[in-house]
Design a protein around this ligand. Sequence first.
Ligand SMILES: Nc1nc2c(ncn2[C@@H]2O[C@H](COP(=O)(O)OP(=O)(O)OP(=O)(O)O)[C@@H](O)[C@H]2O)c(=O)[nH]1
Ligand SMILES: [Mg+2]
Length: 429
Amino acid sequence: MRIGLVGKPNVGKSTTFSALTESAVEIANYPFTTIDPNVGVTFLPAQSDCPCKDLRSKKESDGRLDPVTEDDPKMGSLCEPRTGACVGHVRRVPVTLVDVAGLVPGAHDGKGRGNQFLNDLAQCDALIQVVDASGATDLEGNPIGPGACNPIEEHTFLVEELAMWIHGILDSGWVRGVRRVQAEGERGLVTYIHGQLSGIGSTESKVMNALDSFKRDCSASESNPWDWDTTTRTILSHHLRRSVFPLCVAANKADEAEDGAWDALQVHVESEGGILLPTSADSELALRRAAKVGLIDYPIGSTDFSITDTGELNLSEPQKKGLEAIRQRLHRLGGTGLVPLVSKIVRERLDRIVAYPVQDETHWTDGDGRILPDALLVERGTVAKGLAYAVHSDLGDGFIRAVDARTGRVIGADHELADNAVVKIVAKT
Ligand SMILES: Nc1nc2c(ncn2[C@@H]2O[C@H](COP(=O)(O)OP(=O)(O)OP(=O)(O)O)[C@@H](O)[C@H]2O)c(=O)[nH]1
Ligand SMILES: [Mg+2]
């Protein structure tokens, strides 16, 4: 699971990245602070309780485990995640984030940093466009004060640049390429386009979806593909962009934006099936940093925080005032918006569920006795064999059968997994 952060320069992409991955990267109030991409992992709270909750109640009712005590730092969680954590049965599942350089109008013609760096976004399942909802930076990211730009303008040009990027990839050798596959008709066209775009993460089904909507939208699509002119191919590129890179929006710097600044963009984004939430990345960053050193208690994704005893002792008055100002922002905006946005994208836009592969179906452990070591985000509709491939291609290739560890029943390769499934895979080695 991989999500890319895109947008014009100086909007808060790296701040968003740094807050969510809790890693230090360069952040500054001028354009093109980021040049090389930053790649890191964020951990999202899973929607359903971790299966370790069921394991605990089973063990407790069998008399094999004492009830949880008040001072348990894991608040009852029994699992031992290889990555992430689980406290109070709230399991945190990993999502990779990619933060790239800013994109400016004309990037496909080489303006700014150009658009070659977009290749760093290849294989992303979705993109988040970070926009400056406060409107105080122009399209090149120069801070020139309120009214410099509006979020709709910022969104429209970015969508255009992404489509032009795809257009650029498709364009080389188009006529020769589509003529070569003409005997195979529609099927050949899908295979050809997928072949061109597989490097940036297309799949045949995504290409087919894009071609379907393109045909409904564009009458020129009825002519032979080698006769499609640049305008027609640009329209096709827009449909491919929508299908390969669904776009959602973080209306960032919402703390400095006027009420309603993102309303029109929200209507537009939602009409395209996307999600927009107002965010305040620098508030999230400040809170995560304070939480990391124990000054505040700020559970991931929550809409408020409290100052700890350490914080009461160590924070200066100005620092406390600063935190109070952030609290007011949180109340006004309903939180910083970052974790809810990524969670919503993963759950609603990408329709992912969480599956827990184990080696021992009785104890729900791996070979080393580690309880529920992995939590994988997989597409709803994933079958047992698909999960095997998600763990490792060898496990998929050698798949024999699986066991639903919750019921102990054997399940076949085509058995569709439910959210929160605990599954043992049996494979030839
Ligand atoms: N008020 C406010 N400022 C923010 C917010 N998020 C980021 N900033 C500020 O915006 C400026 C740019 O932040 P970056 O994270 O470097 O932006 P970027 O989009 O990565 O910029 P480039 O790498 O240059 O494309 C910095 O001064 C941040 O402190 C926010 O939510 N609110
Ligand atoms: Mg940056």
